[in-house]
Design a protein around this ligand. Structure first.
Ligand SMILES: Nc1ncnc2c1ncn2[C@@H]1O[C@H](COP(=O)(O)OP(=O)(O)OP(=O)(O)O)[C@@H](O)[C@H]1O
Ligand SMILES: [Mg+2]
Length: 216
């Protein structure tokens, strides 16, 4: 049965989207896709490879990126340096026989080209978004701004997945001001591996919250 994709967005680059997306892919026994990879290490490491290593799921659960650029820069710039240009039609989520977890590049308003922001592509998909947010200082501003960017474009928000040390007051303030649902928290793991991610997701989230549409 084909399921709707779930988009894993972040308030910024480096907030833990790949680690969360790996945990979600495991929890849903699904597929993973990173449409735009900006930054391929000299040893070939990409988020797709990292997610595959983190989950231990078979290679066929990891779809090939639509674009993978060498430079660890904003996608519009990384593309230009590789002599490429991102075409929106190549960014449509592929159909797979199960839940598809789609990890965005960096934050929501990163440019994909000179006239296209990543959030504008996400709006075309009409798929629900999980917003990954740090719990550390600065997160209230980043997260509320990100929610505004989603609301402005009519993008359905499933809720917020916090990552890091629990900060209940910060998390509650974000939920209160944004009106978004707090889906749960993935703690900072000393050694993230498949077992640790499965256990942390089960302890910090409800799988049912990631199946089906967000409440209207
Ligand atoms: N829950 C966690 N426990 C332990 N380490 C984590 C956790 N989340 C993220 N990290 C580590 O923090 C770093 C950044 O995380 P990650 O690569 O998941 O961020 P990202 O949001 O996917 O970044 P990008 O914008 O490059 O895709 C990585 O080294 C990752 O291993
Ligand atoms: Mg990532």
């Amino acid at each position: 049965m084909r399921a709707e994709p779930i988009v894993v967005a972040g308030t910024d680059t480096g907030v833990g989207k790949t680690v969360f997306a790996a945990a979600l892919t495991l929890a849903l026994d699904g597929y993973y896709w990173k449409p735009v990879q900006a930054g391929v290490d000299s040893d070939g490491a990409t988020d797709t490879l990292r997610a595959r290593m983190l989950t231990g799921l078979p290679a066929d659960r990891f779809l090939k990126e639509a674009y993978a650029f060498k430079a660890p820069l904003s996608p519009h710039r990384a593309a230009a340096l590789d002599g490429a240009a991102i075409e929106p039609r190549r960014l449509r989520p592929p159909e797979v026989q199960g839940p598809l977890v789609v990890e965005l590049a960096g934050g929501l308003l990163v440019p994909l080209s000179d006239d296209l922001l990543q959030a504008d592509i996400v709006a075309r998909w009409a798929a629900p978004v999980v917003l990954c947010a740090r719990t550390s200082l600065g997160t209230i501003n980043h997260t509320l701004l990100s929610v505004e960017a989603l609301v402005k474009r009519g993008i359905p928000l499933l809720g917020i997945a916090f990552i890091g040390e629990p900060q209940p007051e910060t998390e509650a303030a974000i939920a209160r001001f944004s009106g978004a649902r707090r889906l749960g928290i993935l703690p900072w793991l000393a050694k993230p591996g498949a077992r640790e991610l499965r256990d942390a997701f089960a302890a910090g989230f409800r799988r049912a919250d990631f199946i089906g549409r967000p409440p209207a």
